[in-house]
Design a protein around this ligand. Structure first.
Ligand SMILES: *Cc1c(COP(=O)(O)O)cnc(C)c1O
Length: 383
């Protein structure tokens, strides 16, 4: 099924590179997070196509691992998710109802997050149109100034009970701005604000923490935790080794190998010129695949346990690495090197490019041959 296969028609030969997504690692990360937050229920955030990894493949695996609560950003994402999870799955739409799409929330059984008085009014209108108003979540702004009801909004709601009467509030939530920095004072402040603000709203389960927040301790778990990134192997903070299992591996084919002499130039702008003879390889991943041009300077690939520094600029479809440290004859054209893999985490690739693992994952393009491994209960072909 998905074992290593030397067949020259193996689809990654037609593409430039192979992206392997380990579904068992996603399931095991889910179980790990649920155990860590065992006093709360663990939802799964699958917005942005499950962080670029493919919601159709990833969401059923999370459901098998025990997730019943899913979060997406948009109504469209919720509709797409609805068709790949069971009817029991609850789908919450973080951006909430929008004019023209609130009916779709009802039609597809999506629970919207109401982030403003306008969205509360829109949802109430939807209720008067359809007769009964399904459950919604409410978000309060506990200090990030991004989404949610303000103190002034809560006053308005308290002054006019008619605004919340009849709303079925299934969750009151907020979001931490600095959870990846465990001793940041904003964490405690935001938690206190959520507790204060929620006391002014209909009583409902509370949710504050995404991936990093789970690692702030049980105080931050409340009733529901909402990890996304950690499910996909991204480190929750920089305070120690990453306890999560890596999920993706990106291997690219070597297209060509050559030797260059001192003073010769490499790549666009000839920004790299060696001071001694170098053996270099052109590799089939470029910025159009989501491998950032900013990642070149500090970046590298790996071949087995040998580090291959990236030389010069990243092109659209390829990049060039230094393979001088690989014993001659060991790495030939059409063999593969790792750009993300056992020796190079998503977080390291991100750091080299001056960004975060989230952006690396969600930028990974669709030109790769994608292979899904694991999930033996629901095996299916990888292409
Ligand atoms: C994206 C998002 C999450 C998941 O965040 P991670 O850091 O990926 O775990 C949770 N809640 C909200 C509101 C989000 O926008």
């Amino acid at each position: 099924m998905m074992s290593a296969c030397p067949d020259p028609l193996w689809p990654s030969y037609r593409a430039g590179a192979r992206l392997t997504v380990d579904l068992d690692a996603i399931a095991s990360n889910y179980r790990y997070l649920q155990t860590l937050a065992s006093g709360a229920s663990c939802a799964a955030v699958v917005k942005a196509d499950a962080y670029g990894l493919g919601i159709e493949r990833v969401a059923p695996v999370l459901e098998n691992a025990g997730a019943t609560d899913f979060f997406v950003a948009h109504v469209d994402e919720g509709i797409r998710l609805r068709s790949v999870v069971s009817e029991k799955a609850r789908i919450t739409v973080l951006h909430g109802p929008r004019p023209g799409a609130s009916g779709d929330c009802v039609r597809y059984g999506l629970r919207p997050v109401l982030n403003s008085l306008e969205q509360i009014a829109l949802w109430r209108d939807e209720g008067s149109r359809t007769g009964a108003l399904p459950e919604a979540a409410l978000q309060v702004d506990s200090g990030m100034s991004r989404f949610g009801l303000s103190d002034a909004d809560l006053e308005t709601l308290q002054a006019d009970k008619g605004l919340v009467d009849g709303l079925k509030v299934g969750l009151v939530m907020s979001h931490l701005a600095c959870a990846d920095t465990p001793d940041h004072p904003a964490n405690q402040a935001q938690k206190d604000r959520l507790l204060q603000m929620s006391a002014r709203l209909p009583s409902a389960p509370l949710s504050l923490s995404a991936s990093s927040g789970i690692f702030l301790g049980t105080d931050y778990h409340l009733d529901v935790v909402r990890p996304g990134a950690a499910l996909y192997g991204i480190a929750p903070n920089r305070t120690g080794p990453n306890p999560l299992s890596p999920v993706v591996r990106l291997q690219a084919h070597v297209l060509q190998i050559r030797e260059i002499l001192p003073g010769e130039g490499v790549g666009y702008g000839l920004t790299y010129r060696p001071d001694r003879v170098r053996r270099i390889a052109t590799v089939a991943v470029g910025y159009a695949d989501g491998f950032s041009r900013h990642g070149a300077g500090q970046g590298c690939a790996w071949f087995e346990d040998i580090r291959l520094p990236i030389l010069g600029r990243v092109s659209m479809d390829s990049l060039i690495v230094d393979i001088s440290d690989v014993p001659e004859g060991k790495l030939g054209p059409d063999m593969m090197v790792d750009l993300i893999g056992p020796r190079r985490s998503v977080d390291e690739v991100a750091e080299a490019a001056g960004t975060i693992g989230y952006e690396v994952l969600t930028s990974l393009g669709h030109r790769f041959h994608r292979e899904y491994v694991g999930n033996q209960e629901n095996p299916s072909r990888g292409d």
